[in-house]
Design a protein around this ligand. Structure first.
Ligand SMILES: *Cc1c(COP(=O)(O)O)cnc(C)c1O
Length: 357
């Protein structure tokens, strides 16, 4: 059982889709599949009709990098909100691509400081976009996008959102937030396999981005033009796309993002309450956390490696903290085909380890 934040444990139905007959990416069957995935992704959130879906082959970072290096013009400036690894990764991607970056740094355990972000935008009209992470998987924090979106809207700046670990499980307000682009992946909250990623980009921004990408392979505009007929400029991960379509079908049948959010919340609450009863503390307040993952303090006297190896032997893969948090925390994601009974078994193993058995 995978309790890391993607790739996830697959459902039997998605796993079976991987064994379907092989497809050529230049044949009409695959074009129809691509168009079906686009329709499914466009239907996940209300009010996304001003955004076009573009599908790519790669992990979530490929989608984020394609969004940033296509939608931010060469010479453009971006304010990047940093309160974890993934905000910092966006700043690095933009710098590598020669864009001008202003980081608004925070301690990784802190909420976004909207006052400082607003002041930085006021001071520098050249910062045309704001880049932020929705669910900062480093700590499990769900950043305050309503607050950030209000600042961006008041200052007339477009928002570039890394929604890699939130798309499909958290509210994304396409009508209310000034979203230039939203990047995500098949293999986190949507329960597909790694290799298929996507961006929902504002149509006007995509149209204006002709020729401005500073990458050939990840040029979203080129993909978008070509995918209007279902075809892509380069070979797509055909099997990952077949599995993605099945995962999206399963997702819609189960009730879409509100149902997934409710299911994740129930599993996360089970983990948080179960570990609290064993004396294990959360890194953040529950009200600040996304539904898909929780970071916990390592109990005194128990190192990550020992906890990992004991749980691994019992059939569970958990996840370490990153950077300075590596020595202090462990993380449990509750994405994928997991049941309450699976988590009961996990909690029983944890109880044994903590009792020194
Ligand atoms: C997982 C993740 C990514 C992308 O990681 P990949 O390894 O490229 O899939 C980006 N941002 C966030 C917030 C993530 O959780």
């Amino acid at each position: 059982m995978l309790l890391n934040p993607g790739p996830v444990t697959l459902t039997p139905r998605v796993r079976a889709a991987l064994a379907r007959p092989d497809l050529c990416h230049r044949e009409p069957e695959f074009a129809a599949l691509t168009q079906a995935i686009h329709r499914q992704l466009a239907a996940v959130y209300a009010d996304s009709e001003h955004h076009a879906v573009v599908t790519l082959t790669g992990s979530g970072s490929a989608a984020v990098e394609a969004m940033l290096t296509t939608l931010v013009p060469p010479g453009g400036g971006v304010l990047v909100c940093c309160n974890g690894v993934y905000g910092e990764r966006m700043a690095s991607m933009l710098e590598r691509a020669g864009r001008r970056v202003t980081r608004v740094e925070h301690a990784w355990t802190d909420a976004l400081d909207l006052g400082r972000i607003d002041a930085a935008l006021a001071a520098d009209p050249g910062l045309g976009h704001v880049a932020a992470v929705h669910h900062e998987t480093t700590t499990g924090r769900l950043n305050d996008l309503d607050g950030l979106a209000a600042v961006c809207r008041a200052r007339g700046r477009g928002l570039l959102l890394d929604a890699v670990s939130s798309f499909g499980a958290e509210r994304i307000d396409f009508a209310g937030w000034p979203l230039a682009g939203v990047a995500a992946t098949a293999n986190k909250c949507l329960h597909g396999v790694p290799g298929a990623a996507f961006v929902l980009a504002e149509r006007a921004a995509l149209e204006a981005a002709a020729g401005q990408a500073t990458t050939l392979y990840l040029d979203l505009h080129a993909y978008w033009r070509s995918q209007r007929d279902g075809f892509s400029p380069f070979t797509q991960s055909t099997h990952a796309h077949v599995a993605f379509r099945e995962a999206l079908e399963e997702f819609a049948e189960a009730g879409g993002w509100p149902a997934r959010h409710a299911a994740y919340t129930a599993l996360a609450t089970q983990l948080r309450d179960g570990l609290a009863a064993l004396g294990v503390q959360m890194l953040l307040e529950p009200a600040d956390c996304a539904s898909a993952l929780t970071a916990f303090h390592l109990p005194d006297g128990l190192g990550y490696a020992e906890l990992h190896d004991r749980l691994r032997a019992a059939g569970f893969v958990i996840y370490a903290g990153q950077g300075a948090l590596a020595a202090r925390v462990f993380r449990l994601a509750n994405m994928g085909a997991l049941s309450a009974a699976d988590l009961d078994r996990l909690l029983a193993e944890c109880a044994g380890i903590l009792a020194g058995e």
